[in-house]
Design a protein around this ligand. Structure first.
Ligand code: FAD
Length: 407
């Protein structure tokens, strides 16, 4: 018995029609006209250029180059960057909406897409005008790939214990060490690298640099084989006596922690939007298959589960938009707000994919329906950008601190 692909995989028109039908007025009511326009542009390009490639990239473990280039050509990669650097000066809500759309079509493509932003953003907030003009347009235009290099074999959750060193020389720094689990690390032309200028200072010694991937002494490992997100690459980076000119410093020497903290606000919006996008993808695929099998009147037990999932996805989307809106209007967002968004939305992505797989029974296991891909892709969103255990720790500490201040 062969299972036919879903209509949404067979035609961009069917893809758009189904996702249009799943829009929720309660969430849309708070979006501006421009944010709705960004969603329409993203949905359109995803339906034609991104979603149709997703299963093939996953199966062949091919890098999502063509999909990412299509998003850049549609003007989506510079959403939160100023026009002078090739961006469109849009809101973080517009970015979250676009990320949800891209993820719903191909999560691996969304991982490469968001990493371009994660590499460009520290340059925007902490680099000189010259650095920004030199590196940001290539990242948001898609002509250069970027990576954000924080994690090391002994330092991920505990960033302050990183061991890569940047030793000051007369007119620059000598960089030695390695990074691991770096998205797009195997092809990065621009690397935002965090290193310590003085390990005895802990987090006060962490310093951020722009490292050109073509410089002598920069090498990378082979991309890791992974559970999901096969259309993205994850690799080690090695720095062997790399000379960094002083003008490639981001912020002050010892000011890298502040750059990390400002950057994770954005990267956690990305991960949270992936969670909502993956939940939507798993839900849409399940709904499409079950209604193909049973028609519009599904057995009650399936209707109950679908209703529950729909409500939870709406809640996740509302939380995502609310926190992104807060980030648009203030630079001082309590850690717990960001943490609750990241943890709740990425847990939503994984739990929805699990529930959808269960609802489909043996069909949930079939690659042709794409729900098993959602399940594999969703797992890592709970791990990167600060694991969900770390988010709970941050949320809990903020809560108990607030109670302590009351007493
Ligand atoms: C596909 C992929 C892409 C990635 N991309 C990037 C990238 O582009 N750039 C980058 O810098 N990094 C990247 N990472 C790394 C990722 O951000 C880290 O792996 C993650 O932050 C966890 O850090 P760690 O590896 O040190 O794990 P650990 O901190 O060793 O965590 C191991 C386990 O212990 C738990 N744990 C740790 N501390 C505590 C605690 N205090 N209380 C309770 N539980 C705790 C964690 O939640 C986790 O379950 C990527 C990882 C993956 C898998």
């Amino acid at each position: 018995m062969s299972i036919e692909p879903l209509d949404l995989d067979a035609s961009p028109k069917a893809y758009v029609a189904l996702h249009d039908a799943l829009d929720e007025p309660a969430a849309d009511a708070a979006l501006t006209e421009r944010e709705l326009e960004v969603r329409a542009v993203a949905r359109n390009v995803v339906s034609r250029e991104v979603a149709p490639r997703a299963a093939g990239l996953d199966e062949a473990e091919d890098f999502a180059h063509d999909s990412v280039q299509a998003l850049a050509s549609a003007g989506l990669m510079g959403l939160v960057f100023p026009e002078r650097l090739g961006g469109t000066d849009d809101t973080n809500v517009a970015y979250a909406v676009a990320m949800e759309e891209i993820t719903a079509g191909c999560a691996a493509t969304s991982l490469v897409f968001m990493t371009q932003m994660h590499a460009a953003y520290p340059i925007l907030i902490a680099g000189s005008d010259q650095l920004a003009e030199r590196y940001v347009p290539g990242l948001v235009g898609g002509s250069t790939y970027g990576s954000l290099g924080i994690t090391e074999p002994q330092a991920g959750s505990d960033v302050a214990s990183l061991r890569t060193t940047a030793r000051p020389t007369g007119d620059g720094y000598l960089l030695n060490g390695s990074k691991t689990f770096i998205t797009t690390g195997d092809r990065a032309g621009v690397i935002i690298c965090f290193a310590t200028t003085d390990r005895s200072l802990g987090r006060r010694g962490i310093t951020a640099f722009v490292v050109d991937g073509s410089w002598e002494g920069v090498t990378h490992g082979r991309p890791f084989a992974k559970l999901g997100m096969h259309g993205s690459s994850t690799a080690e980076l090695f720095f062997d006596g790399v000379w960094i000119p002083a003008d490639h410093l981001l912020g002050d020497e010892g000011g890298g922690w502040q750059v990390v903290m400002s950057s994770v606000v954005k990267s956690r919006i990305s991960a949270a939007a992936q969670g909502v996008g993956l939940a939507r993808a798993a839900y849409a695929r399940t709904l499409a298959f079950l209604t193909r099998q049973h028609g519009a009147r599904l057995p009650d037990e399936q209707t109950f589960v679908l209703a529950e999932l729909r409500g939870r996805i709406l809640q996740g989307r509302l939380l995502l938009h609310a926190v992104a809106r807060q980030v648009d209007s203030s630079t001082d967002i309590p850690t717990g707000q960001i943490g609750m968004m990241k943890q709740a939305c990425t847990d939503l992505g994984f739990s929805t994919a699990v529930a959808a797989t269960r609802l489909l029974g043996p069909y949930g296991d079939l690659a042709v329906l794409g729900v098993e891909r959602c399940l594999r892709d969703a797992k890592v969103t709970q791990i990167y950008d600060g694991t969900n255990e770390i988010q709970r720790l941050l949320i809990g500490r903020e809560t108990t601190r607030a109670m302590g201040e009351l007493s």
